[in-house]
Write a protein that binds this ligand. Structure first.
Ligand SMILES: Cc1cc2nc3c(=O)[nH]c(=O)nc-3n(C[C@H](O)[C@H](O)[C@H](O)COP(=O)(O)OP(=O)(O)OC[C@H]3O[C@@H](n4cnc5c(N)ncnc54)[C@H](O)[C@@H]3O)c2cc1C
Length: 251
């Protein structure tokens, strides 16, 4: 039943479309948000992603997945891409694409790692690095829908200068609590010393299992697996812990 409600027919979602870059916003020293105009876009749900395909002049082609950062808004999509040093695709998207350029994409993809405005239960969002992107889409979709579902976000970043959507998160929203967890370097006024995410962080910054929140965890594979295991250890039902893995980090 859930899957039937995903926007667009399957054939339509599998079709490659040409998108034009209409905007580029620097988020941090290593990440940009690209705004794309996608004619015929069927719409999306918060948490879904697209496949992006790049083709070289000699015909060599490669594709990667990128989560949608923007709340559903006609045929415009925002993607936030973090540069992976030495990576094949992300340095090109971050450093070389400019407004007026085109790329191919297909989607939306994903029917499980999504938040719908009909959900009224408490929500725990746990992001590691660029894993914030689909969770930010959920936060934006909540606001756009006027939802009062109580959201708690735990955002793990290496240092303060790595933060994405800094001013938007600082501004906040009624019913949204944000906890920052720095792994390498924390601001002087941070109540928590730098370190990896722990069960105590999740107990302090999330909702208690008794409230039966739905938990969404996204980021590098190791971060997601550890965090999901901690949530279950704390008493959250495994079926209430939804995960999205972005791939293996080189640490
Ligand atoms: C469903 C899904 C959604 C995603 N959404 C986003 C998003 O919104 N924003 C975003 O920036 N990325 C996102 N990613 C990750 C993205 O698809 C690429 O894996 C990433 O951009 C690296 O691609 P690359 O071609 O630059 O590096 P590659 O050439 O593929 O890899 C180069 C090296 O980097 C390592 N590596 C691969 N992926 C990562 C990673 N995520 N972190 C650290 N090291 C890595 C590899 O192990 C390899 O050693 C998502 C991945 C998935 C599966």
């Amino acid at each position: 039943m859930e899957r039937a409600a995903v926007p667009g027919r399957l054939g339509d979602r599998l079709r490659w479309r040409t998108a034009e870059v209409t905007g580029r916003r620097v988020e941090s020293a290593t990440a940009v948000t690209l705004t794309l105009d996608v004619p015929g876009w069927p719409g999306h749900l918060a948490g879904q992603h697209v496949d992006v395909r790049l083709t070289a002049e000699d015909g060599y082609s490669t594709q990667r997945s990128y989560s949608i950062a923007s709340a559903p808004d006609g045929r415009n999509l925002d993607l936030t891409v973090q540069r992976t040093p030495g990576g094949e695709v992300s340095p090109y998207l971050v450093d070389e694409l400019v407004p007026g350029d085109r790329l191919e994409l297909r989607g939306p993809v994903g029917g499980w790692f999504i938040w719908r405005q009909q959900q009224t239960e408490p929500i725990v969002l746990v992001a590691g690095g660029s894993g914030l992107v689909p969770l930010m889409c959920m936060i934006r979709a909540r606001e756009a829908a006027g939802s009062r579902a109580p959201f708690r976000l735990l955002y793990a970043a290496r240092t303060p200068s790595d933060l994405l959507y800094r001013s938007e998160l600082r501004k906040g929203a009624p019913g949204l609590d944000t906890t920052y967890l720095y792994s390498r370097e924390a601001p002087e006024d941070s109540p928590r010393p730098p370190g990896r995410i722990s069960p105590e962080d999740l107990a302090r910054g999330g909702w208690p299992p008794d409230f039966e929140p739905t938990c969404y965890v996204c980021g590098p594979t190791g971060f997601v697996e550890k965090t999901a295991a901690y949530l279950v250890l704390l008493g959250h039902a495994p079926e209430r812990v939804r995960t999205e893995r972005f791939g293996h980090s080189r640490g």
